[in-house]
Write a protein that binds this ligand. Structure first.
Ligand code: ATP
Ligand code: MG
Length: 501
């Protein structure tokens, strides 16, 4: 059966002031495709897909959907015509219920004689969640009560209706738990089977090879190559994709190469009988020069442990101790030279309306100031060094963080703590949404921290990164540590998964 052309883009350009995000892109999406889109941070993936989904307007270029000119004026109008998108950034409306979020932009469906039939809306929303096998989210409850990963699930459910023909998934998997990922993959494959199409953006090449029917690679706003299904199955696929993305061979040195898990005697951070959320009487000693990894499914308690380490959670009992001081708030943590990279970067880690410079320098202001006077040249120097070492794509330190691409925001949230030279860094999914080249620099940086006697607590859903970087890995399930693995060259993902599920 010949696949029909669903969407066509001709010669598309997009400028944001002086930044040229797209430079003459041509693309065709056919029914029955799970069409992968990959490229370095800032290469234009979200820009193209936001234009398709009616979120942004192109500067130049034409689009056709099912043979007709396609000029959606908003996300809601694109949705009504069968094109929807799960945005890279968090996109639920706080202060509203799950049901209101599911029907945002379409609430009028539930209006009768001017009154809103909320009960009907909640009932329909519950049915919709159930259709996707989501039973733990209450349609009548406020969306705010759910964690970042569950809010993303709400967005996924919202993005689909029976008339959806083209679904765009922008770097969503890294925001999800393992269960959420499984749900997303099954939605993608179902759409493919039904002759509909998916555009799937991800930085994870293995994930792309496993799920996509074909792939388009972007670099600096231009398409550098297409790979067919057959190309993706070849042995050199990974190498070829990386080359098309970065224009050079980035090599295989990725994770730590040593298997030396020794560390100093001194304790850098200690949990003493900590009970937080569902976790009971948790004990941990993180030493100087040690990298401890935490893996598990969402709801396993691992994210809460990370939050507690930075004073973000109120403990039911026990203490988190650093240098004999008890950590009760982020303020205590920062004073104790603890940094924290949050999984929910837009809410907890970044000031989106602030510029790159202010965001990076914020935790370092004490060190940069004298009698409350901040030394501007020192601040500039510090920030510029971070922009360079993490290759943050911005026109200058003055660019607002809210206008950076997703991966570049993540780099800023990482740079905040490297800039202030924290002695302990708690990282919750530190490489979320960053491209392979930058991941490589982040891993090198983490390995260097160990060498300098700093301590790292790395919480991650990416098992290869846990195995590749940690001295010890704690696997959590049901709020308990099920198993501790020591660093070893033979350790495999399947060994870890066995204790997670
Ligand atoms: N509103 C905006 N104002 C200014 N520049 C912008 C804006 N939105 C995007 N850009 C710029 O356009 C370029 C492309 O960004 P885009 O978000 O499409 O990248 P991406 O490929 O999705 O990257 P990532 O993998 O990091 O998500 C970047 O240089 C970004 O800084
Ligand atoms: Mg993006």
């Amino acid at each position: 059966m010949e696949n029909k052309s669903l969407l066509k883009i001709n010669n598309m350009y997009k400028w944001f002031d002086a930044t040229q995000a797209l430079k003459g892109v041509d693309l065709e999406i056919q029914g029955g495709q799970i069409h992968g889109l990959i490229g370095e941070n800032g290469s234009g993936k979200s820009t193209i897909t936001s234009i398709i989904a009616g979120v942004k307007m192109p500067t130049e270029g034409r689009m056709f959907f099912k043979g007709q000119p396609w000029e959606p004026s908003s996300m809601a109008s694109a949705f009504d015509c069968g094109v929807s998108m799960i945005l890279q950034e968090a996109n639920t409306i706080p202060g509203c219920t799950v049901a209101e979020n599911l029907y945002a932009g379409h609430i009028s469906k539930f209006r009768k004689y001017g009154f809103l039939d909320s009960r009907k809306m909640v009932r329909k929303a519950s049915e919709k969640l159930a259709d996707f096998g989501v039973s733990h989210i209450d349609a009548a409850g406020l969306v705010d009560q759910y964690g970042f990963e569950d809010r993303k699930v709400v967005e996924i459910v919202r993005s689909l209706s029976s008339s959806t023909e083209l679904l765009i998934i922008d770097e969503t998997t890294t925001a999800l738990s393992h269960e959420g990922r499984k749900m997303l993959y099954s939605i993608m494959h179902k759409m493919k089977e039904e002759g509909k199409a998916v555009i799937f953006i991800s930085h994870d090449i293995d994930e792309i090879i496993e799920h996509c029917t074909n792939l388009t690679v972007l670099r600096d706003g231009e398409i550098t190559g297409h790979l067919s299904y057959e190309d993706l199955q070849k042995d050199d696929a990974i190498e070829r994709i990386r080359f098309l993305m970065v224009g050079r061979d980035i090599g295989d040195a990725y994770y730590r190469e040593d298997y030396d898990s020794s560390h100093e005697e001194e304790i850098a951070l200690e949990f003493k009988d900590v009970s937080v959320s569902g976790v009971k009487n948790f004990n941990l000693q993180l030493h100087k020069g040690e990298i401890i990894g935490f893996g598990g499914l969402s709801g396993s308690g691992m994210h809460e442990i990370g939050r507690a380490a930075f004073g973000l959670e109120k403990l039911a009992s026990g203490k988190v101790i650093r240098n004999e001081q008890i950590i009760k708030s982020p303020h205590d943590a920062i004073r104790g030279s603890i940094g924290y990279i949050s999984k929910d970067r837009d809410v907890e880690a970044l000031i989106l309306s602030g510029d790159v410079r202010d965001n990076i320098a914020l935790p370092s202001l004490d060190g940069l100031s004298r009698f409350s006077f901040i030394h501007p040249s020192k601040e500039k120097e510090l920030v510029e060094a971070e922009i360079e070492s993490l290759n943050i794509k911005c026109y200058s330190g003055k660019q607002l963080v809210g206008t950076l691409s997703g991966g570049n925001k993540q780099k800023v949230s990482f740079a905040k703590w490297t800039a202030n030279d924290s002695d302990v860094i708690v990282m919750d999914c530190p490489t979320r949404g960053v491209d392979v080249g930058v991941k490589q620099s982040m891993y090198a940086f983490i390995a260097e921290m160990k060498k300098q006697g700093k301590a790292v607590l790395m919480i991650s859903e990416e098992l290869p990164e846990l195995i590749g970087m940690s001295d010890r890995i704690f696997i959590m399930k049901d709020d308990k540590v099920q198993k501790i693995f020591e660093r070893h060259p033979d350790l495999k993902e399947s060994d870890l998964i066995e204790y997670m599920i």
